[in-house]
Design a protein around this ligand. Structure first.
Ligand code: UD1
Length: 372
């Protein structure tokens, strides 16, 4: 009667939100870093924005995340419908759980949707991977980043450029916490088991140097002309070394719709790979071509040359400190970028706090906020 209410007040609930492929590797090390704190109850919510085993389920298992406490099952839809479905279902979770903090990661629709819900219920939000800006509002992720950062109480940033962006937008210093890149925690942890033997049986790369390509941005794959340009450059790279291309479902659909599948003759195509298999493939590659944000960071951490097939990046530290070059989507620029990547001897650094210990810094900020 005397002690119980006091103890109850000491226990706090944190709700972690995952939904799309790039979320799982960010939340896994944070949940682990918090798991021994007896004052905390952790609740995992999977929105189901991605639902294929190869896009979501395999990541939950391989990264040893707990079984989600809630599966919202929203699936694919237009941006408004997908966002609205997450909001409706996540509001019920928040009402049932009354969390003391909601942690959202990255820049997908689920990130913004969960943030909006929590903010309206006056539940504090922590945004992991805050402050990144491409300054390109045609990117749906840029809209998600801006809205999420505007509303979140704790802004956990991966690089000093993110802090500068937030300050330039008028964000108070006390909301900004430079914690480093939590995705690199996950990468470092799994690198020793990401041997090429895992994938060699399925992906015929042999012992030769090879390149890896990923493409999924709507601006690249939903436009026939842009996609055709990229595939034209691909023929040049393939003449130099084999190119392995794990094909995202969005891209697979567009290749079929635009009848561009023949342009991939000579490319080694695979289904999307699980986290460890993909790390095995990329960590042994000689060159990475991508429009993914996460892969720009992973290639920098791995020291592997990366060409970003976009006009901009929200991750400039991968260019200033890392191995990344933003080459755009014109075939001749991509081809020139490939030649330069092989010729380059520029010194490469790992960005500050991409050291495999970001999750413990995140945990310290979150528990400091919750328990003072
Ligand atoms: C989403 C994120 C993007 C992230 C990417 C990683 C937003 C706005 N976009 O883009 O930031 O980089 O995930 O993959 O949140 N599909 C399947 N199975 C799945 C998921 C999708 O077949 O499990 C197909 C569907 O046809 C769907 C299409 O892929 O319509 C696109 O999926 P969607 O989640 O809308 O966007 P992504 O392009 O994956």
């Amino acid at each position: 009667m005397t002690a119980a209410p006091f103890l109850q007040r000491q226990n706090k609930t944190i709700v972690h939100v995952v939904g799309a492929r790039p979320n799982f590797m960010k939340v896994a090390p944070v949940m682990e870093a918090l798991q021994d704190d007896a004052r905390l109850r952790q609740v995992l919510v999977n929105t189901g924005q991605h639902y294929d085993e190869s896009m979501a389920g395999s990541f939950l298992k391989e990264l040893q995340l707990p079984t989600p406490d809630y599966d919202l099952g929203v699936g694919s839809a237009s941006h408004a419908v997908q966002t609205a479905k997450v909001m409706m279902a996540f509001e019920e979770v928040c009402v049932a759980e009354r969390p003391d903090l909601v942690l959202v990661v990255g820049d997908v629709n689920s990130t913004m949707a969960a943030t909006l819900v929590a903010a309206k219920l006056v539940i504090p939000v922590a945004h992991l991977e805050a402050g990144l800006r491409s300054r390109d509002k045609y990117m749906p992720e840029e809209v998600n980043r801006i809205v999420t950062d505007r509303l979140a109480d704790l802004l956990l940033t991966p690089s000093p450029d993110a802090d500068a962006n937030l300050r330039a937008e008028g964000t108070a210093d006390e909301r900004i916490h430079f914690v480093g890149n939590v995705m690199i925690d996950t990468l470092r942890r799994h690198l020793p088991i990401a041997t090429l033997d895992r994938v060699r049986g399925r992906i015929p790369v042999g012992d030769r140097p090879y390149a890896v390509l990923t493409l999924h941005r709507p601006s690249n794959v939903d436009d026939r002309h842009t996609l055709g340009n990229i595939l034209a450059a691909l023929r040049h790279v393939s003449a130099r070394m084999p190119v392995v291309f794990p094909v995202h479902p969005r891209t697979r659909n567009r290749l079929r719709e635009f009848e561009l599948e023949d342009a991939l003759a000579g490319t080694i195509l695979t289904e999307p790979l699980g986290y460890i298999d993909f790390l095995a493939l990329t960590s042994h590659a000689s060159l990475i071509l991508t429009d993914s944000g996460g892969l720009q960071e992973e290639s920098t951490a791995l020291g592997i040359p990366c060409l970003t097939l976009r006009e901009n990046t929200e991750r400039p530290v991968t260019v200033t400190d890392g191995t990344n070059r933003v080459v755009g989507t014109r075939a001749e620029d991509i081809i020139a970028g490939v030649e330069e990547a092989f010729d380059s001897t520029a010194p490469r650094r790992i960005p500050a706090l991409w050291d495999g210990h970001a999750a413990s810094r995140v945990a310290a900020v979150l528990t400091g906020f919750l328990f003072g």
